[in-house]
Design a protein around this ligand. Structure first.
Ligand code: XMP
Length: 312
């Protein structure tokens, strides 16, 4: 196979997007991840001001994400629209425990809101950053990735959408090359994957505001401590069960947090990172100190397969 040329890919995709969208309007929903950011920039180059870029604040993002995305897109003269719709997501996730039920609830809320957004901006197309791994995982029946609608029997037309997926033949390393070629900053092209359903994939059991707040705090710590480029993803997960601990000399039923750090090429398989004990201890100490109510911190040593990367 010929070596992938990001330059050629960009040129061809811009032409293709121009041909498909013509003088109509398109919408990209971005989370600030490399895939959706690349989609936003490619589409901006193709159709200019006929593009709307939307950040759906679902309450399941990491700290300061909207601000960071705004900053990155400014350079490309893209004004970010922000919709604060946390309540919709928390309401739909309420009482749900089963991973696929949570995914379904997230997905349906997400696409309902996207449908509203497409109508409210009179957009004719939705541009989505689906990549090859998302499609393969869903086809194999491993997980219904939130963005692979057609694979799960949902008709985009039901939500009033016509979808274009410019990156669907690419794997993550190629998307990163495209991002770099587009002049996006290192923090975007080296950004670690973050799943569409956000922090909800890192919470076992019910997703509530309180529990999201806990995992958000722990996520910040793990990301600060495990930044290396070689690490594909590093994150904490909040368990649904509680464990007995001792806090200030008293018995306390507290939370259990598991840390996961993996190396992977394409997310289809993964191996665990051998983190030195002193660094693990530092993460442990920070979590115990900075995240209230945690009494156990674990390090997950399971490869994919049989585990998946996320817990949900
Ligand atoms: P798993 O957990 O299936 O994850 O081993 C493989 C890769 O996909 C990411 N992931 C998702 N990405 N929507 C996404 O955009 C999703 O619903 C989703 N679920 C998992 C995960 O973080 C890992 O990089």
């Amino acid at each position: 196979m010929a070596k992938f040329s990001p330059k050629k890919f960009i040129k061809e995709k811009i032409e293709e997007l121009k041909k498909k969208i013509k003088d109509k309007k398109a919408l990209v929903a971005t989370s600030g991840g490399v895939d959706s950011t690349v989609c936003a920039v490619l589409t901006k180059k193709a159709i200019g001001d006929n593009l709307v870029v939307l950040f759906i604040n679902d309450g399941l993002m990491r700290e300061n994400e909207a601000e960071e995305v705004k900053e990155v897109l400014k350079k490309y003269e893209i004004e970010l629209e922000v919709w604060d719709v946390e309540d919709n997501f928390f309401d739909s996730l309420k009482g749900k425990i089963d991973p696929e039920e949570k995914r379904k609830a997230f997905r349906e809320t997400f696409y309902k809101i996207l449908g509203q957004a497409v109508r409210s901006y009179s957009a004719d197309f939705l541009i989505q950053g689906t990549i090859a791994a998302d499609i393969i995982e869903t086809q194999k029946g491993i997980k219904t990735q939130h963005n692979v609608l057609s694979q799960i029997g949902l008709n985009p037309a039901f939500f009033g959408l016509t979808i274009i997926e410019p990156l669907k033949e690419l794997f993550k390393p190629q998307v990163r090359e495209v991002a770099k070629e587009l002049g996006l900053p290192k923090k975007v092209y080296e950004r670690k994957p973050f799943p569409g359903p956000g922090l909800a994939t890192r919470i076992l059991g019910e997703v509530t505001r309180d529990r999201v707040e806990k995992i958000r705090k722990a996520t910040k710590i793990v990301e600060e401590e495990l930044k290396e480029k070689e690490i594909f993803q590093a994150f904490p997960v909040l368990f649904s069960d509680k464990a007995t601990g001792i806090v200030e000399g008293k018995r306390l039923l507290g939370d259990i947090i598991s840390i996961r750090a993996v190396i992977s090429e394409d997310a289809l398989t993964a191996e665990v990172v051998k983190i030195p004990w002193d660094r693990l201890f530092k993460i442990r100490d920070r979590i115990l100190k900075e995240v209230p109510g945690v009494v156990k911190v674990l390090y997950d040593i399971t490869p994919k397969p049989p585990s998946t990367i996320e817990y949900v």
